[in-house]
Design a protein around this ligand. Structure first.
Ligand SMILES: [Zn+2]
Length: 261
């Protein structure tokens, strides 16, 4: 499913968009050059639920030229407290999340190219999906898919941004293949279901999704404009009002994914 509103994307961009993006271009590190890199960028967001809603909103509003959304699920009313791209109508109609998101985002910025894929990200389609991407962003809620993203991105040399939330806390980390630790370097094994905290058992406090999704969107934009990514693992606990960053070092030689490269 491919969706493009108008082919005037590049034509007239400078004139038309300079007003739209003025405050963004004034940010140190963005500028006109950064903005034109953003407009040319291709970003894949895996998962279009809570985190994906926030990430996609900021990236489309920022003017990212091509955004791919992939998610197999449909909107349900139990999603609405934290999945800010959707509304009651989407839940009643049982719309596919990526279709509802694309419809909303095309109203936000009609000249951004939003591709919506109803389906799961796995080892079988990973290369095809991220082959053209400049950056891949994690909007998933499970480690199985995150490991698939990690392994494909490290193999193809694509930067990607991990993000996860549970309860009122969350984490994020930017992975630059062969330069930084990857997800498996830091978390060699997935959490065992039923052990430790999980969204199924501990829920998700809506505002944490905004914080972690915004951190992920910021990291993606920084990579696109050529800025240095944040180092290590960001940890946020909104209940405590605490934010910290953990140094995780570089790629580990004994990592299953980085080790033999
Ligand atoms: Zn690794």
């Amino acid at each position: 499913l491919d969706f493009q509103v108008g082919d005037r994307r590049l034509a007239g961009m400078a004139a038309q968009n300079s007003g739209r993006f003025l405050r963004q271009m004034l940010v140190e590190g963005v500028g006109e050059q950064g903005q034109s890199a953003i407009v040319r960028a291709r970003i894949v967001i895996v998962g279009c639920g809570a985190l994906g809603s926030v990430i996609a909103s900021f990236l489309v509003r920022a003017g990212v030229g091509h955004v791919t959304l992939i998610d197999p699920d449909r909107v349900e009313s139990s999603n609405l407290h934290r999945q800010i791209l959707f509304d009651e109508d989407d839940a009643v109609a049982g719309r596919a999340k990526v279709d509802a998101a694309r419809a909303r985002l095309s109203n936000v910025h009609p000249t951004v190219h939003v591709e919506a894929i109803v389906g799961s990200f796995d080892a079988g389609n990973a290369d095809g999906l991220i082959g053209e991407a400049d950056v891949v962003v994690d909007g998933t809620d499970n480690f199985t898919t995150r490991y698939e993203i990690n392994d494909a991105c490290v193999r193809l040399g694509k930067p990607w941004i991990y993000g996860g939330v549970v309860g009122a806390s969350g984490m994020s980390m930017t992975v630059i293949p062969r330069r930084t630790a990857c997800l498996r370097c830091v978390f060699p094994e997935a959490p065992v279901p039923g052990v430790g905290r999980s969204p199924e058992r501990d829920g998700v406090f809506g505002p944490i999704v905004g914080v972690i999704g915004a951190v992920e969107a910021a990291e993606a934009l920084k990579l696109i404009v050529g800025a240095q990514p944040a180092r290590g693992l960001a940890q946020v606990d909104l209940w405590e009002g605490a934010m910290s960053r953990l140094d995780v070092g570089g790629p580990r030689p004994d990592c299953e994914t980085c080790g033999h490269r």
